[in-house]
Design a protein around this ligand. Structure first.
Ligand code: NAP
Length: 243
């Protein structure tokens, strides 16, 4: 088997943890990050110690990202086939009429600024080659298909829209430099995780899917995209999504 190396940033729970579980179950290698130790990730890593590298990363601060990059360099990994920048927060509700400056800023830092700077710093490591970077976005971040019913999602939706625009620019900047890393945005579906389980004032259309179903499908989506599709947005069902 052709063993691939994945990087999952934000792997302590939910979708990120499921990526790690499925990557290891299919015999591949993973570099996985959490903010601290003691999570379910440690238990999964213990079962395949030769195929897992655990690092810490807090994407909401410059210092947390610099520390992660230092650890990454120390790990000696030189090739990442697929990076998934998955970390994100949804502190509900975050209405534009009510949210504080700090609440809005925290969504932007964690969901947009941090993920892009993590990718930027990885791409600046001249001896590390990365085939694909997939950012975990959300349908909430689409401006063309604005979800007006999502009461309490103002900061979250704005942060994912910011992520989307920044990653599109990242894709074009790489293209101008003739660099071949594929940049993707993903919508994972409505997934039954801690984030997905919040009690909202509206009902979900179509219900939720399991982390396993979402991640199996997203792994196929990520693997199926080439450089011509860099700077595009996909759902877990491999349907192109409007920005
Ligand atoms: N679930 C859904 O229905 C859904 C739908 C659309 C998009 N998404 C997106 O999918 C991604 C994963 O969501 P999920 O459902 O798995 O959520 P989750 O269960 O709440 O997990 C969030 C993950 O992000 C990590 N994280 C949060 N803040 C971080 C920070 N500052 N630095 C590093 N890691 C941080 C968490 O780590 P800790 O354990 O340390 O908190 C955890 O591993 C998010 O980007 C989310 O916006 C989810």
């Amino acid at each position: 088997m052709d063993t691939k190396t994945w990087l999952i940033v934000g792997a302590s729970r939910g979708i990120g943890l499921e990526f790690v579980r499925l990557i290891l179950a299919s015999g591949h290698r993973v570099v996985a990050t959490a903010r601290g130790s003691g999570s379910a990730l440690d238990a999964i890593a213990r079962d395949a110690p030769d195929r897992v590298t655990l690092l810490t990363c807090d994407v909401s601060s410059s210092q947390g990202i610099t520390s992660f990059i230092d650890q990454f360099v120390q790990s000696g990994v030189k090739k990442i086939h697929y990076a998934v920048i998955n970390a994100g927060i949804l502190e509900y509700p975050n209405r534009a009429l009510d949210m504080t400056f700090d609440h809005f800023a925290q969504h932007l830092l964690t969901n947009a600024v941090g993920p892009i700077i993590v990718a930027q710093k990885l791409l600046k490591l001249s001896d590390v080659s990365i085939d694909t970077i997939a950012f975990m976005s959300s349908d909430s971040g689409s401006t063309q298909r604005f979800l007006a019913f999502e009461d309490g999602f103002a900061a979250y939706a704005a942060s994912k829209a910011a992520l989307n625009q920044a990653l599109r620019h990242l894709a074009e900047e790489l293209r101008r430099k003739q660099r071949h890393t594929v940049i993707l945005a993903l919508h994972p579906g409505e997934v039954a995780t801690d984030m997905g389980m919040i009690e909202t004032s509206w009902d979900l259309d179509g219900g939720q899917i399991s982390p396993e179903e979402s991640v199996i499908r997203m792994m196929d989506v990520i693997r199926s995209k080439g450089i011509d599709q860099s700077g595009t947005f996909w759902t877990w069902e491999n349907k192109e999504y409007p920005w």
